[in-house]
Design a protein around this ligand. Structure first.
Ligand SMILES: [Zn+2]
Length: 216
């Protein structure tokens, strides 16, 4: 992308930033472009707008331009795409871009409160929260496995989440598949098994079953 951003990309980002500003929001716009520099998603800051709209977030502190550009993709991740935004992205938007497998973020204006997030560090007025793993909780294994089971149900054995565990926790995989068989998923969700039954079955799939099942 030697000539990046293209005139058309720039025009769309700036136009959305203006629309945001004109509507009384922070004047920030963003687009998602694919490897051919075709705009595949767009959004603007709408934090002060009235709530509503099916493909935008509005009336919420979460309604950032970059979030709306990603949200406009309609639930489709965008590997290899680039997020172009008019102002340095905050930690929320950097994280959201990672969820959408965005490979690059380009921003036009500096924002002293967010440049740190853009650089992958905590600086300015944004402070990334301290994150602590509650390793001693008996429920941490349950909390770790439950999304893995859900991932198996929806994506089969080739899910990205599961693959990420293949090297680090191969001991979990067999139990995950057995547990997935116990909790069939249909269009209305997981049915036919109560929480109490599920947790009892869950612990029975592990050899290190606690003497007393953790209570909640
Ligand atoms: Zn943001």
């Amino acid at each position: 992308m030697n000539d990046f951003p293209s005139d058309e990309t720039l025009r769309q980002v700036l136009r959305r930033a203006w629309t945001s500003f004109a509507a009384g929001n922070h004047g920030i716009g963003a687009v998602v472009v694919d490897s051919d520099m075709t705009v595949v998603g767009s959004g603007r800051n709408q934090i002060f707008d009235t709530r509503g709209g099916s493909l935008t977030l509005s009336g919420s502190p979460l309604a950032h331009a970059e979030i709306n550009a990603l949200y406009s993709l309609g639930g489709v991740r965008a590997p290899g795409c680039t997020l172009v935004t008019s102002l340095a992205p905050c930690p929320l938007c950097v994280g959201a871009a990672a969820v959408f497998r965005i490979s690059d973020i380009r921003y036009l204006g500096h924002d002293p409160s967010c440049d740190g997030a853009a650089a992958g560090t905590a600086s300015g007025s944004w402070r990334l929260p301290r994150i602590t793993h509650e390793a001693d909780s008996s429920w941490s294994l349950w909390c770790e496995v439950l999304p893995m089971v859900s991932s198996v149900q929806r994506h089969g054995r080739d899910s990205i989440l599961l693959r990420s565990y293949e090297l680090s926790r191969p001991d979990l995989l067999e139990a995950v598949h057995r547990f997935a068989d116990m909790c069939p998923l249909d269009s209305k969700g997981v049915r036919g098994i109560s929480f109490e039954e599920a947790r009892a079955a869950f612990w029975s799939t592990f050899s290190d079953t606690p003497a007393t099942l953790p209570r909640v």
